[in-house]
Design a protein around this ligand. Sequence first.
Ligand SMILES: Nc1ncnc2c1ncn2[C@@H]1O[C@H](COP(=O)(O)OP(=O)(O)O)[C@@H](O)[C@H]1O
Ligand SMILES: [Mg+2]
Length: 256
Amino acid sequence: MVETTKEPVIQVKDFSGFYGEKVGVKDITVGFEKNKITAIIGPSGCGKSTLLRSINRMNDEIPIYKTQGKILFEGQNVYSKEINLTHFRKKVGMVFQRPTPFPMSIYENIAFGPKLHGTKKKTDLDEIVENSLRQASLFNEVKDDLKKSAWGLSGGQQQRLCIARALAVDPEVILLDEPTSALDPIATKHIENLVEELVSTYTIIIVTHNLAQAVRISDYMVYMFQGDLVEYGQTSAIVKQPADPRTEEYLTGKVS
Ligand SMILES: Nc1ncnc2c1ncn2[C@@H]1O[C@H](COP(=O)(O)OP(=O)(O)O)[C@@H](O)[C@H]1O
Ligand SMILES: [Mg+2]
């Protein structure tokens, strides 16, 4: 059973992605609801990252990657020639599995995006840096070290810095690809709490191989298997009663 989405910010329609001849994801149709957390789950290699990285056209970086179908953001196909990629990527930010701070200060990491998009005034940049760090619940820990290298932060702090960096350019959607898989349980909890706070302002799509995490934080769930979207619906409903036997096998730990 695939529920229809009420107010999708991102609508994926008959979308397939191929690495050369090899299928990454096939014939995916799903909507991602505004101000909700949607978790994309499934066994390793099932196409979770491919789907996520197709949403903001990150997979375009891979020369052999080709797509069919549509992904609509605010009603516009992100694969159409008319799309302004710079503007679009500002609206759909991304955070990766390994924290990826730039080799520069904490301040400059956050100010980098806004500067690129034309914010020049020091007072404006100061304000964006502080607000973004506060939103990512990192400000109090780093407020006296803004000029220090971001590489000196712990893994969990670096990941929150990357979230702050995504927030600094005023996005609408945040894509997270296994953002806690390199973190310890306390740092993981911190990120989970943060994501739950951010969803009142942003739409969040999170890939995770941590089923318990998906159950804890997501409103909706997408279960993928071998490039197919097997099931989509409210997390509580899927966990209670999966419609597809393949989802059930995953939920009961028979597939991992
Ligand atoms: N850069 C790539 N080149 C070729 N095949 C790839 C590439 N990235 C992923 N794939 C293949 O696409 C399929 C889906 O991968 P991926 O989306 O990374 O899965 P997941 O994130 O669920 O582990 C896998 O079969 C994988 O081997
Ligand atoms: Mg992946």
